[in-house]
Design a binder for this molecule. Sequence first.
Ligand SMILES: [Zn+2]
Length: 122
Amino acid sequence: MMIISNSAGSKIIYPEVRLTEVDSSVRVKKTLTTLAKTGGLTLLSVFIPILHFILVPVGVIVTATMTYRAFHRNYVIDSIEIHCPSCDKKSTQSVSAQELPIRTLCLHCGHMVYLTNEHANA
Ligand SMILES: [Zn+2]
């Protein structure tokens, strides 16, 4: 569990983000899955006439980027606890996004809540 600063407008609120550490074997597995998927698509695009001049270089870059990011993601976001700056209520929600920043809505008033790991320089 860690606290991440949150900016919404000019107010700074502090939601809790529950993180699960991912052990290295799972990370390696996910990294290889990402590599196989994106790398596989890149290999397939070699057989598309003309377009492969574009698709292959792009595919190589995407494969490298996605694989790098998969390897460095050592956490899974389970749920976030929002302290809404607008209605001052707390709500806990699960999120599908796995990377910050995360945009979500307050369950009570629908206020946009923006989660980031950077402090707002307002
Ligand atoms: Zn609210």
